[in-house]
Design a binder for this molecule. Structure first.
Ligand code: GLP
Length: 272
């Protein structure tokens, strides 16, 4: 894992968008794994800006979202289908047939899960998977006790996650769906590259647990320690509880992963 600590959430969002744009330029038929949540909103805003400024072509890009609530229709403003349409799909030239979000309305959720895995495989696997982290330490909606080799499936959400996501449901956790369809931890680990984005002091403890704690199914993000190509972008506030943060800060200049972004990072530091 490579961790990069930037000053602000805005710098993290800008670098994440820059990395996605560069992957797309290098591979026009990129298979992009998308995530949802507040953290991703700024990333998609910056990516849309880059798309217009640099004339990025999403015409051959395929996307797969991590998860969706069970029981919400695609036109429900609280669904992840709706979120993605609003925040990204309608703002770049992505082709509708190439965007995939699990169907939480499927009558047979197990069959939908199998078909989702098949579609990922048929697309050649995910090149770059964007990830956020929930307060329970989930990636996607892989709640505590999710097998670290789990595949796409439906599962129950924890009260903590319902609480965290209540903002989209009138601040009422009881209105948050009780189940979701999510890529499994095993599915996520198969992406060729993973990019975890974590900002804000409220994420500091769970980030430290995920990155520096022992691998456990109680915190599915710890499974990223097994990923051979995982970058983590964090702001100062989220980095606060990382025991090794001074080491991570010092190694960035010598780390080849960040070489293409050195100027970008240094100019962000100067402007902080
Ligand atoms: C939801 C999504 C996760 C995401 C998390 C973080 O629970 N299922 O994939 O990582 O939200 O949300 P936020 O960025 O709003 O903190």
């Amino acid at each position: 894992m490579q961790i990069l600590i930037l000053h602000t959430a805005q710098q993290v969002e800008a670098l994440a968008a820059r990395m996605i744009a560069d992957r797309l330029k290098a591979k026009p038929n990129l298979v992009l794994g998308c995530a949802t949540g507040r953290t991703m909103e700024g990333v998609y805003d910056r990516l849309v800006e880059l798309a217009s400024r640099e004339k990025l072509d999403f015409g051959r890009v395929t996307t797969f979202n991590l998860d969706e609530y069970v029981g919400l229709t695609a036109d429900d403003p609280q669904s992840y289908h709706y979120y993605m349409a609003e925040k990204l799909f309608s703002r770049v030239n992505l082709r509708p047939g190439r965007t995939h979000v699990p169907n939480g309305m499927a009558r047979d959720l197990a069959a939908e899960a199998v078909s989702y895995e098949e579609r990922i495989k048929a697309a050649g696997g995910i090149d770059l998977q964007l990830l956020g982290i929930g307060n329970t330490g989930h990636i996607g909606f892989n709640e505590p006790l999710s097998s670290l080799s789990s595949r796409t499936r439906d599962l129950a959400l924890t009260p903590m996650t319902q609480e965290q996501n209540a903002g989209m449901f009138g601040d009422d956790p009881s209105k948050v769906p009780t189940r979701a369809l999510t890529m499994g931890v095993g599915t996520i680990l198969e992406a060729r590259e993973a990019l975890l984005i974590v900002t804000g002091a409220h994420k500091a403890q769970i980030l430290a647990t995920a990155v520096e704690g022992p691998v456990t199914s109680m915190v599915s993000a710890t499974a990223l320690q097994f990923h051979a190509n995982c970058c983590i972008l964090v702001d100062e506030a989220a980095a606060e509880k990382l025991v090794g943060r001074e080491e991570y800060r010092r190694t960035f200049v010598h780390e080849p992963t960040w070489a293409p972004y050195r100027d970008f990072i240094l100019s962000s530091e100067r402007n902080a």
